[in-house]
Unconditional design. Sequence first.
Length: 216
Amino acid sequence: MTDTSPTTSLISRRFRGFLPIVVDFETGGFNCKTDALLEMAAVILKMDDDGTLRRGETVHCHVKPFEGANLEPAALQVTGIDPWHPFRFAVSEHDGLSEVFRLIRASMKKNACKRAIMVGHNTVMDLTFINAAAERCKLSRNPFHPFSTFDTVSLAGLAYGQTVLARAVQAAGIEWDNNSAHSGAYDALKTAELFCNIVNRWRKTNGMIWTTGSED
């Protein structure tokens, strides 16, 4: 029988106690303090017994602009989001973030990980937006590391010589649909596939020595 207790979590050992969470946010601009957060998607990753990294559960929600939020027309044109469309079934920042954080913390506990680490394509913007939203909502239990991330821009540039998400995904042999791009859920899923592809490719090509300890 395979021991699946948290103390034997391969994903915790692989990333020195961190749990990679792939995210993509759609926003009403580039300023995390003034512009609206409009869509959140997070993909929790899991690891097979042989060390293969795979996509796990996905959480996704549309978000109502916070009171006084700025909405840049150019940003809305790119994403195609109508913030006030009744069929978005959007939730408040507080409720959306609370649910995302709850699922992440549950997965951290299951895998004996001390903290989540954000994975994304150009993570600087995503991390600043989630930190600003958590501060607005007075959510003190933000599971993400405050500044460390895994950015697939750099990883894809190393692995495939591509830094644009669509081109990197295709270079990795993963299907890409331009009509679905700029949706938080779709981009997060494709970024997760890309990250798993790169990590698994490294493991198969070079092997990996995993330590059992972790550091801050």
